[in-house]
Design a protein around this ligand. Sequence first.
Ligand code: UDP
Length: 195
Amino acid sequence: PKKVTILGVPVDAITMGEAVARIDGFIEKRTPVLVATANAEMLMRATHDGALRRILQGAAMVTPDGAGTVWAAHHLGHAMPERVAGYDMVQELMREAPAKHRRIFFFGSAPGVADKAKKKAEQLYPGIEIVGTRNGFFTAADEPAIIEEIKAAHPDILLAALGVPKQEKWLAKHLGELGVPVAIGVGGTFDVMAG
Ligand code: UDP
């Protein structure tokens, strides 16, 4: 797949359809991978946060989230077909989830928000299996139980909304033990869904 390196981060030059198809491929393969959605803010942060930069360099897919990322690619002289925003990609994945029998876990945001977003998803995408929710406010002591909860739910897709760069760092650190095929950092997605 074609990548455009922006501020040291390889961003995939893909359409929404291609991004969703690649996620399907990751789920079939079942080797845990991280997917990030890179807006300008994330790319700027990666210039001075080496740990974040290395995580993004090692991610299975980094989508161009936001006009700034698409603009930067064009400015560097590369084709970037369209914006693939996290919120929109999550809606696409959820729209296809019932027919594909995808199990999805909502992790992150303030207490109650992920539950509200789950109810919204169940209204919007009948038959969807949101197999668990967990708010994103926790201490290190809570982490083993959170990891067990996610593992026990056996999701195909883990959506993590802890903010940038916490979500990427947490997912990169725990990807192996979680055993979830695809983990995606989704920022404020649950807040928007919960309204
Ligand atoms: N959040 C969380 N745990 C934290 C810090 C933040 O779950 O320790 C949540 C917060 O409630 C919000 C999301 O992470 O739902 C971050 O959203 P924001 O739009 O600020 O994220 P960004 O676009 O900066 O990634």
